[in-house]
Design a protein. Structure first.
Length: 121
């Protein structure tokens, strides 16, 4: 298993539980019809947990869901790209780095334009 598959996104960590992990570990040891049924039960349980997670009032939701709440859209984009990079192959991670660099350059340009340090005409 490569390193990109060992980490979990924040959402998965919030809906996973030991009982679901144990059920997932059991799946390969059943015949194919039972594998399908157990897999569906697991996915339905995860869906139910996801729905409950977002049904709660925002102040009662897991803090991890609101880590970027007070950040600018640019900061959120940068953090999102960094979070995605954890699950990427080296080539994909390089592409994300390039995209991230573009956003940083654009933000610098916007800042200089706003402050009048760079004449756009």
């Amino acid at each position: 298993m490569n390193d990109t598959q060992t980490k979990q996104p924040i959402l998965d960590t919030l809906i996973q539980s030991r009982d679901l992990q144990m059920l997932k570990a059991m799946v390969p040891y059943f015949d194919s019809s039972r594998q399908r049924t157990i897999s569906m039960v697991i996915r339905l349980a995860e869906l139910q947990k996801t729905m409950l997670l977002f049904r709660a009032e925002p102040e009662l939701q897991a803090a991890e869901l609101h880590i970027c709440e007070n950040e600018s859209p640019m900061e959120r984009t940068q953090h999102m790209l960094q979070a995605m990079k954890e699950f990427c192959t080296p080539g994909e991670a390089e592409t994300i780095e390039n995209i991230s660099g573009f956003f940083e350059m654009y933000a610098s340009y916007e800042s200089m334009t706003r402050e009048g340090l760079y004449d756009t005409q």
